[in-house]
Design a protein around this ligand. Structure first.
Ligand SMILES: Nc1ncnc2c1ncn2[C@@H]1O[C@H](COP(=O)(O)OP(=O)(O)OP(=O)(O)O)[C@@H](O)[C@H]1O
Ligand SMILES: [Mg+2]
Length: 122
């Protein structure tokens, strides 16, 4: 987890060099997660290190034993309905479905290709 380190040096355990301000924002985001819904947007010019910072955040979250759901859809998946949803819920289908009211559970099962659609859409 983040702590004091020399500015510009790799952040311990992440391979990220520098990016102190961004990594502090990721750490603050992870601290806030337990308090309720929150979000963090990483925005920059192309190739400047967003994915690197994001990967470090994912690793930190996993290190805290958070359940981390992620998906990174590729352009080739753009025509596949709900491909990202399938990736996002990979490994937690049962948990995700169990807590839903029947109509939502049914809709999610159909979207995840776990059940055939019944009837026509409303
Ligand atoms: N802070 C950093 N420490 C170490 N390596 C870095 C850092 N920032 C970027 N890199 C390296 O630079 C390259 C580009 O970084 P990255 O893929 O994270 O950028 P990006 O902003 O996500 O790019 P894109 O806009 O194409 O999605 C990668 O090889 C990554 O390992
Ligand atoms: Mg990227």
């Amino acid at each position: 987890m983040p702590g004091s380190h020399l500015a510009g040096a790799p952040v311990p355990g992440t391979g990220v060099v520098g990016r102190d301000r961004e990594m502090a924002a990721v750490a603050a985001f992870l601290n806030a997660v337990s308090s309720g819904p929150c979000g963090l947007l990483l925005e920059s010019a192309a190739g400047i290190g967003k994915t690197t910072v994001w990967n470090a955040g994912v690793a930190w979250a996993a290190g805290r034993s958070y359940t981390v759901l992620l998906c990174r859809p590729a352009e080739s998946e753009a025509t596949l309905s709900f491909a990202a949803l399938g990736d996002l819920l990979d490994g937690v289908h049962d948990r995700a479905l169990a807590g839903l009211p029947p109509p939502q559970r049914r809709a999610l099962e159909v979207a995840l290709l776990m059940a055939d659609p019944a009837g026509s859409p409303p």
